[in-house]
Design a protein around this ligand. Sequence first.
Ligand code: ADP
Ligand code: MG
Length: 358
Amino acid sequence: MGEFDLIARYFKRPTRQAALGIGDDCALLQPTPGCQLAVSCDMLVQGRHFFADVDPRTLGHKALAVNLSDLAACGAKPLAFTLALALPEVNEAWLEAFSQGLFALADRHGCELIGGDTTAGPLNICITVFGEVPVPGGRSQALLRSGAKAGDDLYVSGTVGDARLALDVRLGKLCLPAEAPAMMAASAPSNTAAATSAPISELSQVLDFAHARLETPTPRVALGLALRGVATSAIDVSDGLLGDLGHILERSRVGASVDADEAIKSIASYAYFKRSKGQYFINLSSEQWRTLALAGGDDYELLFTAPPAQRDAVQAAALTSQTPVRRIGQIDTEPGLRVVDAQGHLLPNRYKSFDHFA
Ligand code: ADP
Ligand code: MG
């Protein structure tokens, strides 16, 4: 199969919203009048971002999910995306599964594939997404990193730390008991309700959940849209919560205090692994749990700030978007980042986020 047959077979579909889709030198997009375009690009490289044996369907999902997550963090509504693909060979089963995973997520968000590039080479996937944000009266409603104010509450959505838990288990950095007795579904944190419909009752299911968080993250697009006009700043958590928070602090010229023990409650697996009948299913120290939550990465949750006067509005946004949110700290006038425990004692900040070149 040649390059153009490959594109036609796996990636070209009837155009829906775009003025012009795949097949010409450029695609043409017609943004809604009164809106500005939000554009973001993320690359996934084998060996860096995914294992060689990853299921191509989940890879298709994740390649788009990490991009939609950037639109979510900006409060932008997804419109379209382009796909630049380097493939070592034409593997039809792989392409079939990859494109299915990709389009399943794209269709859920009404985000259309409008073009791209296809070359031979080491497996590499680069997606650029286009979204739109209203600009009523010349004022953009985009959520930026630069809007946090001293006194704002700090929130994180969904679950953080689970993807890293799955990664560490996979890399053999964390050892788990071979078998664990069934755990009570009643102890499930309300957090997981949006992510899984079935109650998690066994260790293997907890691990499956953590693994799903790693391989098929949920971009929080609906929450990002609901937070327009409510949140003062936002970012998506990809490299690790504290590292990404650092970007908000820098751009907003403020400091923050984060309650590490509140943050670990956002790890869905935490409640299950913690203990049952006085026994730990997985013997992690509080320091290890804190590291998962604060430096885990690959979560694709939204980290955002909002004034205390907006607490009801934040809860309403969580409700309409069916996305749990948790308040984990506050923005301070004093520069720098303070990590505290449940008692408010200052903890040494050893939580290093991911950096490709560090
Ligand atoms: P050009 O020579 O202008 O770069 P190509 O010949 O590479 O264009 O691609 C032909 C058409 O197919 C273009 O519209 C391009 O956007 C689209 N295309 C190429 N690769 C992909 C892909 N992986 N997914 C979607 N569209 C693609
Ligand atoms: Mg080309």
